[in-house]
Design a protein around this ligand. Sequence first.
Ligand SMILES: [Zn+2]
Ligand SMILES: [Zn+2]
Length: 425
Amino acid sequence: MYRRIFTALSLSFVMVVGLFGLSLSLQERAAAVSQDGTNADWSPTKRYPSHEVYFPGTEELGPEEMRVIACGSGMPMPRVKQAAACFLIELGNGDKFIFDVGTGAFTTLYALGMPLDYMTKIFLSHQHADHMGDLPTFWIYGMQNGRSKPLDVWGPGGGGMPESWGTKSAVDGILKFYNWMLETSKGALDTRSLSINVHEFDWSKVNNVIYDENGVVIRTIPAIHLEGSVSFILEWKGMKLAFSGDTLANRWWTEHAKGADIAIHESFLPNDYFVTRYKFQPGEAIYVSTLVHTTAEVFGKIMALTEPKHAVAYHFQNDPDTLPAVVTAVRLNYDGPVDFAVDGMVWNVTKAGVRTRVAVLNTQPYPPPSVVERQQTAPGGEKYETPEWIMQGYAWETLPVMDKVHEDFNKKFGTDFKFPLKPKE
Ligand SMILES: [Zn+2]
Ligand SMILES: [Zn+2]
């Protein structure tokens, strides 16, 4: 009974402190009230001194600070408020990593308004669409959105799997899928970003270093999720972030993620919702929730064993009516700090602890600024031309309108463009 009350209190403490911020301590707030009883920090005309949310692009990262943003906290079932799995990790040394880029996640990444040249390192835990489904979109839209660099993609392969199941083969498929778009864009848009460097690693190795640069080490452990799935452990400046991808309760996780500063682990929707909401057969529901994924009860036990400084549960539809069931199930076995992720949830991680907030996402963003000047030249100077016969289908009556469009544009930008089409005699 006492334990239950303590658990409920600690949860509400975590949520209140987490969501409503630590920017001013209670003492600081009290001190800010001047003698006439008004709060000296606040003004009807100046900007507010503190916000309890995160406005992307407005806060510097400290040299030993890590910021993690949930850009997808959901499931394979698409919804506006939750994309599928995706976490952006930003480090105080300027490095940025994307762990999984599930369906719908690009929209959220883009809403952060960050130059895409800063988001080129993508790590895939496995090849389910809810973990890599937005990779093709993220890659191909680079050219319209100011990315000048190719993507680097780390993903599983080998370990006894057929070669055609590996990340290299999947990426070849993406390049093929968009071959028409790639070829017909040459010389018209900035296509320097349109290649992918694949770093395929052996998924079956335990605590395998797959990345070691600039003081950042990323290791993988096998995940128990069909085959060819991994979890990631990132270490930097003596801090540790563990990210599970999809997995059953996993002894490599409890060993290597132990004591992590932040441990992000799947906690699948309770199995009865698969029957009642998603109309799964009971056999399907129990299979996905107990043989492929970690249920909330098991998530709690895993965190009790892992003892992270801060736990994050994701991979469920986080709604007012599902959340209590998930929280109750997690709390059966775990009473440590935990957040139940929604899209846009942000964690600032330092050795002193973790601060949780939610980002205000821009729902109508324009391209984030380019880091380098955009250019029209394709690599090798290749240029695509539309066949003459189809261009001759042009409605020539609109030529005067087009001339005016060019005239106005040239006036505005000091250029000298002319519409190149003419009817063939
Ligand atoms: Zn999966
Ligand atoms: Zn998944």
